[in-house]
Write a protein that binds this ligand. Structure first.
Ligand code: ZN
Ligand code: FE
Ligand code: FE
Ligand code: ZN
Length: 266
């Protein structure tokens, strides 16, 4: 099975399970490598309910270190870093100093609206859906421009509750973001957690994934596991989608450098 590059820990305050329980499931599912990517600390006070404090970062490192030896799979240390207005002064200074294997970039907020938070779902009924998606992809483009991240997480996350623009509009607004991702030499992840959400679909859609492949943007795989049994969640579906879009290989990372590996044969 392919590697799982998107796994959370209890430090984010909305996940459960010991690192060794995550590793056990990964081993059972024949996951090649697993990378913890918990939500990055944000000393500026951004979204404190969903992340570790900066003072807990050493604990995070220790949790990962505690499962990194011994039996396979190989365990990597990553982070899911949010891109938002004002994040750069901290991230530009802090990220390059961390001994990380992999940095996922993601967007979860538009201004002060946590658009993928179930508690804030009702806001979708009062916004212009197309304009909201456009703003989202502008942020993804800015994220790529920073050159701080290795891959973009859940590229079409705004579809989580089923609010979507028409395809033609989506193509037009995604293009500049994908062009910038390609120019940055970044990857995108195929994130199976959408299958557990109201939308019932992997992030990103086949259409966006085909646009990524046309630009030779590489892929990695993530379950966005917040509990042990979600490691490698429905990866057969993720693999099928990757092949359908024309992909034949995916990335692994180590100390922020990447290598290509052929997709497993079906
Ligand atoms: Zn989370
Ligand atoms: Fe995320
Ligand atoms: Fe995540
Ligand atoms: Zn996530």
């Amino acid at each position: 099975m392919v590697s799982d590059y998107h796994i959370h820990t209890v430090l984010c305050k909305h996940a459960e399970g010991e690192p060794k329980a995550f590793k056990k499931i990964a081993a059972n599912r024949n996951i090649g490598e697993m990378c913890f990517t918990d939500h990055v600390p944000a000393p500026d006070g951004y979204d404190p309910a969903n992340r570790m404090d900066i003072g807990q970062y050493d604990c995070y490192r220790e949790m990962i270190r505690s499962v990194s030896g011994g039996e396979p799979p190989r365990v990597l240390m990553g982070i899911e870093a949010d891109y938002y207005d004002g994040c750069l002064s901290f991230l530009r200074d802090w990220l390059p100093r961390q001994p990380l294997d992999f940095v996922l970039g993601s967007v979860h907020y538009l201004n002060n609206w946590g658009f993928d938070n179930p508690d804030e779902r009702a806001v979708w009924d009062s916004v212009d859906v197309k304009a909201t998606w456009r703003t989202y992809f502008q942020l993804i483009r800015e994220l790529a421009k920073t050159r701080l991240f290795d891959a973009v997480a859940h590229l079409d996350l705004p579809k989580k509750f089923g609010y979507r623009p028409p395809d033609a509009a989506l193509i037009e607004m995604a293009k500049p973001a994908l062009d910038e991702i390609a120019a940055a030499g970044m990857a995108i992840e195929i994130n199976s957690s959408g299958l557990r959400r109201p939308v019932g679909e992997i992030y990103p859609s086949l259409m966006l994934l085909e646009m990524a492949r046309e630009r030779e943007i590489p892929i990695c795989f993530g379950s966005d596991a917040h509990r042990p049994e979600e490691v490698g969640y429905m990866f057969e579906e993720s693999l099928r989608l990757a092949r359908q879009a024309g992909y034949t290989r995916s990335l692994r990372f180590s100390a922020r450098s990447r290598s290509f590996h052929p997709l497993p044969v079906c």
